[in-house]
Design a protein around this ligand. Structure first.
Ligand code: FE2
Ligand code: FE2
Length: 143
C-alpha cells in the first residue's frame, strides 16, 4: 500500500483548484494512517469526509470551468459524476462487514479515483487555462 504524496506535477495553474487537490491528498494520507493504525472507525469517518470534500471540489471546479468558458465543461461534469458514483460504491463496499480485510484495496481504489481526476481529467483543462490566458484567479474570500 503506497502512500500518496503531493507532486508539483499535480498543479493545474488555478490556486483554488490546487488548494482543493492538496486538501484531498491530505485526507487520503490521513486515511492511509488510520488503516495502518487499524482504526476502522476513524477510517470510515475520514472516508465520509473525503466523499463530501470530493463532491464539493467537483462543484467548485465545474463552476470555475463555466467561469472561464472551458469548451468541454459538460464532458468534465459527466466525468466527475462517474468518479463520484465509483467513490460512493467503494465506500459502500468498504463499510460492509468484511470491509476491514478489504481496507487496503479500498484505499488503493480511492487513491486511484482521486489521482484520475487530478492527473488524467484535470490535465485536460490545465492546458486550456494556460493557452487561453486564463489564470483562474482565486475567488475572493469573505473577511
Ligand atoms: Fe479536480
Ligand atoms: Fe476534475
Amino acid at each position: 500500500m503506497n502512500k500518496l504524496k503531493w507532486s508539483p506535477h499535480f498543479e493545474t495553474g488555478s490556486e483554488e483548484i490546487d488548494d482543493d487537490h492538496r486538501r484531498l491528498v491530505g485526507l487520503v494520507q490521513d486515511i492511509h494512517e488510520a488503516i495502518e493504525k487499524n482504526d476502522l472507525m476513524l477510517c470510515v469517518g475520514l472516508a465520509n469526509k473525503f466523499l463530501g470534500e470530493l463532491s464539493d471540489h467537483f462543484d467548485r471546479e465545474e463552476a470555475l470551468l463555466e467561469r472561464v468558458g472551458y469548451p468541454n465543461t459538460e464532458g468534465h461534469k459527466k466525468y466527475h459524476a462517474s468518479l463520484l458514483a465509483e467513490a460512493r460504491e467503494l465506500k459502500r463496499l468498504c463499510s460492509e462487514k468484511d470491509g476491514v480485510e478489504k481496507l487496503g484495496e479500498c484505499y488503493a481504489a480511492m487513491v486511484a479515483v482521486l489521482v484520475d481526476d487530478i492527473i488524467r481529467g484535470d490535465s485536460m483543462f490545465k492546458s486550456y487555462l494556460e493557452h487561453s490566458g486564463h489564470r483562474a484567479p482565486r475567488k475572493p474570500k469573505d473577511g
